[in-house]
Ligand binder design. Structure first.
Ligand SMILES: Cc1cc2nc3c(=O)[nH]c(=O)nc-3n(C[C@H](O)[C@H](O)[C@H](O)COP(=O)(O)O)c2cc1C
Length: 174
């Protein structure tokens, strides 16, 4: 699969088959995530692949106000954390730039595209109780839960992508 095909095929999967994904496939996706660029190559991310009882408990922490009930059907939840480096903190303080959030977005993008190529479904989840989830994981000092990626074999079908008109978002100057 070419990169463009993976970009066009990826969608937020919100229903999963009750089939286990081989750990090797998830590791492959995480290796692709870790190849993403990051500010000063600080790689502020960590990925916790969670299944079983802990996964069920973490899923509940994404289901506020009736949201994200599909997380119960995912084979695994990948909890993505960031531990901002001193450079990240300085950039945030001096310039109000959130480098580590940018870095995580790039890493999670790679993860989802590689998963698509491997026939897996993913959904990025930002609606979550970060503090509660963090208490269930062996986080180091300063490490914070930022995102979750649900992963599994898709039980739904890709939807037509809804996007703003290209001319609203791409501006060519000069
Ligand atoms: C940072 C971020 C947080 C998101 N949080 C959620 C979420 O909590 N629940 C959900 O169902 N989808 C979530 N999504 C998925 C978006 O809704 C989805 O990417 C968007 O609607 C475009 O659809 P597509 O991914 O199928 O192309 C999130 C996506 C991003 C990038």
């Amino acid at each position: 699969m070419q990169v463009k095909e993976a970009i066009e095929s990826r969608y937020s999967c919100r229903s999963y088959k009750p089939e286990r994904v081989d750990d090797g496939l998830i590791a492959d996706c995480l290796q692709c995530a870790a190849l993403a660029p990051s500010a000063c190559n600080k790689q502020p991310w960590k990925f916790y692949v969670v299944r079983g009882e802990k996964k069920a408990a973490i899923a509940k922490c994404t289901q506020l106000f009736g949201a994200n009930s599909f997380t119960d059907s995912a084979d695994a939840l990948i909890v993505v954390t960031a531990k901002p480096s001193a450079i990240d903190k300085a950039a945030d303080k001096i310039k109000n730039l959130d480098f580590s959030a940018n870095d995580l977005g790039l890493a999670v993008g790679n993860l989802c595209l590689r998963a698509t190529e491997l026939g897996l479904g993913t959904c990025i989840i930002g609606w979550l109780q970060a503090g509660k989830i963090g208490k269930m994981l062996p986080l180091s000092v300063g490490e914070k839960v930022k995102l979750i990626v649900a992963i599994g074999y898709p039980a739904d079908a890709p939807r037509t992508k809804k996007r703003k008109p290209f001319s609203d978002t791409a501006i060519f100057l000069g």
